[in-house]
Design a protein around this ligand. Structure first.
Ligand SMILES: [Fe+2]
Ligand SMILES: [Fe+2]
Length: 319
């Protein structure tokens, strides 16, 4: 596959699994187009034109010619300068890695992480929370995330990859959409009645079973395994990063009893607990690996060899 084909496949698969639905994704692209067209000419030069084709600002080809042929890819959750140098060392030993793919965004994709948080509005709306409430609560949080990201050294690993001439790509919300979709469907089929049964159902998924072996599996962090689960919702799997902590009251009011999140900041945990939610934190690396694996199976089907590193728990679902 070429770099471009891998990137296009990612956008296609991420859109299919998007909580906004195909129509919602289409509309978000149309909004970007309208925004661009309405800009004065001198501001158009600074517009991220890739956002007219790709609805995920946190998933991008960061470095490399789009026509580059990729036979072997190394894939990890976080790509720092260390991972870039490690890839170069492996290539010195004859590994012939053509591309690095990271999950968490780097470079321009990291700066724009807040732009994908809009996905969360639809996740909440799908749970029955009024869209205006979800949007308003998220708005302040998006600004907070934007301010928080501004001091980072966004291009550090991209600069390292440039010096070592290794193509680099990051695929973030796309994989999180796929993980969100998979775990939602899995739990809907299992119909767990207690929090313990929700936990067991999550642990049936191989990535979580694997993480459990090394003490990094899912945990009940609020409520207890014996509690009735009530309605179960996946609230913290996609949409960039944690949303507003003020949403938990609304989640309870929407009739949800148990929520599943990849990871949870302390203040969010306290707020969820205050509103009597049972909380299962499924574990960051295992959760991110789930979405990654669903995509990587498709690359392997197309003849691309996958080397996992940097936190990725590689599970293959294809024979
Ligand atoms: Fe993720
Ligand atoms: Fe993550």
């Amino acid at each position: 596959m070429t770099l471009q084909e891998i990137y296009d496949l990612a956008i296609e698969m991420g859109s299919k699994a998007d909580p906004r639905g195909k129509e919602g994704v289409k509309k978000s692209l149309e909004r970007a187009k309208k925004q661009f067209e309405e800009l004065p000419e001198k501001k158009k030069a600074f517009f991220d034109k890739e956002s007219l084709k790709n609805p995920y600002a946190d998933s991008r080809i960061l470095l490399g010619d789009s026509k580059t042929k990729v036979s072997k890819v190394i894939v990890g959750i976080d790509i720092t300068t260390g991972e870039v140098v490690l890839t170069d060392r492996l290539n010195e030993k004859g590994k012939k890695i053509d591309l690095i793919i990271g999950h968490h965004p780097e470079g321009q994709a990291l700066v724009a992480l807040d732009e994908v948080m809009d996905v969360q509005v639809d996740v909440m709306a799908n749970l029955g929370i009024p869209v205006n409430v979800a949007e308003s609560l998220l708005h302040d949080r998006i600004n907070q995330v934007r301010r928080g990201l501004s001091p980072a050294n966004h291009f550090q690993s991209v600069d390292a990859a440039r010096l070592l001439k290794i193509p680099l790509m990051c695929i973030h919300t796309i994989w999180d959409n796929m993980g969100h979709n998979f775990i939602s469907n899995h739990l809907a089929k299992r119909k767990p009645e207690t929090v313990g049964e929700v936990l067991e159902a999550i642990e049936e998924i191989p990535e979580f079973a694997e993480a459990k072996k090394t003490n990094s599996g899912p945990r009940v962090t609020a409520g207890s395994e014996k509690n009735r689960a009530g309605k179960v919702a996946i609230t913290g799997f996609t949409g960039g990063t944690s949303g507003s902590k003020l949403i938990y009251e609304r989640i309870t009011n929407a009739g949800i009893g148990t929520i599943v999140e990849m990871h949870m900041p302390e203040q969010h945990y306290e707020e969820a607990k205050k509103h009597h939610l049972n909380v299962i934190v499924s574990g960051h690396m295992a959760s991110d690996s789930l979405g990654a694996n669903l995509f990587l199976d498709e690359l392997e089907k197309r003849g691309v060899e996958v080397v996992p590193f940097s936190g990725l728990i590689r599970i293959k679902r294809t024979k």
